[in-house]
Design a protein. Structure first.
Length: 302
């Protein structure tokens, strides 16, 4: 196995039991347009620092897993000319051996964070069970990794393009605790609430940390999912959301899109057809999640 290359800042923080928050790189390379992605990268690391934690953005560069990126490496990840591969956990070995550049998804970021000794990870949305999975078996690796990797994942639920009910059922089957932060309903990414409830709720970072700490004493290796709704001011209008979703699903059928290409195609449609509303929402929710993750990491470290 290729040992992660950890920056001195992150290594020192871990050695001294100071709080560290892992951040993925796929949102930078594949989820946001050039220019804005670099601004968001800076903003994410900034809010983590402001909350008292150390950020560790993760990527694979030249076949080497990097835990914590320098400003120059962030520039590289955010430059579309470098054409980074989207890496899930299954792709890591191939990327190492072939010395590729790749951006990490939720699955690979969680795996690399755990390998480096980081227990808290902030992202936008979790992958899940896709609609029609009964026929296609299209289920995100994020769920299996979360079930076998003891990392806290802070996200805004899952996108409504997925089969949310089946996703929650699978998380229950794999014994992954789902905790709502300040909510009794499971968030739907661009929307603060879905029709589905959450089994547990916390209303403070201290309570969230207490749950995570207690869960780590329970037999098994499952992580914890902390579902944090998008900030109120950035929630997408319900009618706009339903229109974009219907159009996006039709687009997938027309183009016969499946697997890991589904999310990028749908995100691109949301971004272009919403007049920038979805981009603002995407940035707001991931910044909110990074802020919350840092607050929980601080509580865990104390």
């Amino acid at each position: 196995m290729s040992t992660p290359s950890v920056t001195e800042e992150v290594r020192s923080a871990l050695a001294e039991n100071r709080p560290v928050v892992a951040l993925e790189s796929t949102i930078l390379s594949h989820g946001l347009p050039p220019g804005r992605n670099r601004e968001v990268a800076e903003r994410l690391e900034g809010v983590v620092r402001a909350a008292g934690a150390v950020p560790a953005t993760i990527a694979v560069l030249g076949g080497v897993p990097k835990v914590g990126l320098t400003p120059a490496e962030l520039d590289y990840v955010c430059d579309p000319a470098n054409d980074l591969v989207k890496l899930s956990r299954r792709d890591l070995g191939a990327a190492y051996a072939l010395q590729r550049d790749g951006a990490t998804t939720v699955a690979s970021t969680a795996a690399l964070a755990h390998a480096a000794g980081i227990g808290v990870f902030a992202t936008g949305g979790l992958g899940g069970v896709h609609r029609g999975a009964r026929e296609t078996w299209d289920v995100s690796a994020d769920l299996d990794v979360l079930a076998t990797t003891p990392v806290l994942v802070v996200c805004s639920g899952v996108k409504s393009i997925l089969d949310m009910g089946a996703t929650l059922e699978l998380l229950e089957t794999r014994s992954v605790p789902v905790i709502g932060f300040g909510t009794d309903r499971f968030p739907a990414f661009y929307r603060r609430e879905s029709e589905f409830g959450v089994p547990w709720r916390v209303d403070s970072a201290a309570d969230a940390a207490a749950v995570v700490a207690a869960h780590r004493g329970v037999p098994g290796a499952a992580g914890v999912l902390l579902a944090n709704p998008i900030p109120v001011d950035f929630e997408m209008d319900a009618d706009l959301h339903e229109r974009l979703l219907a159009e996006g699903l039709e687009l997938l059928r027309e183009r016969n899109v499946h697997g890991k290409e589904v999310t990028p195609v749908l995100l691109e449609h949301f971004h272009t057809a919403s007049g920038g509303v979805s981009l603002d929402a995407n940035e707001a929710l991931v910044v909110s999640n990074a802020t919350l993750a840092a607050a929980v990491a601080v509580e865990l470290a104390s």
